[in-house]
Design a protein around this ligand. Sequence first.
Ligand code: PHE
Length: 447
Amino acid sequence: MASNSRGQFSSKLGFIMAAAGSAVGLGNVWGFPTKAASNGGAAFLIIYLVMVFLLAFPMLVAELTIGRYGQSNPIASLRSIWTKNRAAAGFFGLIAMVAASMILSFYSILAGWLMGFAAAPALEVVGLQSAADWLVNFGDARNVILALLFSLLTIYVVQKGVADGIEKWSTRLMPMLFVLFGVMIVYIFTQDGAMDGLKMYLIPDVSHVTPALLVDSMGQAFFSLSLGVGSMMVYGSYLKKDVNIPKTAAQVAAIDTAVAFSAGLLILPAMFVAKNNGVEIFNAAGDLMSSGDLVFAVLPAMFDTMGSMGMIVGTGFFVLMVIAALTSSISLLEVPVSCAQDELNMTRRKATWVIGSAILVLSIVIALNFGSLFGLVADISTVYMQPLLGVVWAIVVGWIWNRNKLLNELKEGNPEIEQGLFWKIWPWYVRIVCPVAILAVFMFSVL
Ligand code: PHE
């Protein structure tokens, strides 16, 4: 039953919006700018671009190709390639599913906060000051309730399926996000102090290029392109055979990078506008405030100094963050849901509710033990599991997959690929360079 009742993206644009929606998330609008700000701005930007091009993009092609070949959930898709060791395929598919669920569990808490910050200004205006304060201040009840609301949104979209849920909402929300971004950047540039931020962002200071920067930027590139955890595999499995995968992957990577770059154009100048308005952005030691504080303290403080305009800009900013988070969280939930649908023969509705609720329970446990669990779950899933799973996928594509079958899959939608440069480089690149480079950077980060 699984194969004929599977969903499919209805158009190429729909797929690009969905995959870009997965990629563009808190990693871009929050992670990237704050990492850039605390790592010398332009230095981080340049190394990040190199990492996206040299490591993340080839791996994105690999994951999309595995998914489209398998036409199934990540576990089954891996099995269809790794036919000689189905147990190992199932095992790594399962680990990917666990990693996706872990990321979603902490992501929902963050996204919940952003919902709180988006709603607070409106409540303030109508005089509900204490409700607004509750929404923006750290507290168990707020953390749990907002994570619950965000999880329900995610469940609502995923439960509707591929074309009617994921694709429809991504195609609606992504253009909104682009427009909001444009408006916000233009506005920030008219404010005093913005140019200092722009300078920091665009003029490189090479003293910041350290090994730690390499590790950070690789992790950031993997997280940002949604690699490792099966999201791109499962989206690839809903892709029609007439799509040119390398080209589509390049478009998705380009959109993702453009949004990260734009987020930097917004946040770094905004930091200095805030400073100009008397908000502290550096601590007593002269270091930049911690990344959490930047978005949740510095920016709201800046919006406050902007009077009534600040309310609109602030709401716009946080709505934008919530949209970005939602189109990513649905791709995270889709991983375990697609596995449960096929492997356990569940209906999509049931699978979505059962798994969505289970992950919500995990979110609540994390929210109630925030200090000890939040960073731990985030680190295990993003610092360890994502790169290591990336190495496994590179090995599957480079060493285990029969070269002719791989070529045939890529030829679909791209019949001339064999003659082009891509096919001359990519196969051995994914076979050797990707796993070695990812492992090298990874070893560095753990040592
Ligand atoms: N790419 C998303 C972001 O940048 C996060 C994500 C990671 C989504 C892994 C899916 C899978 O926020």
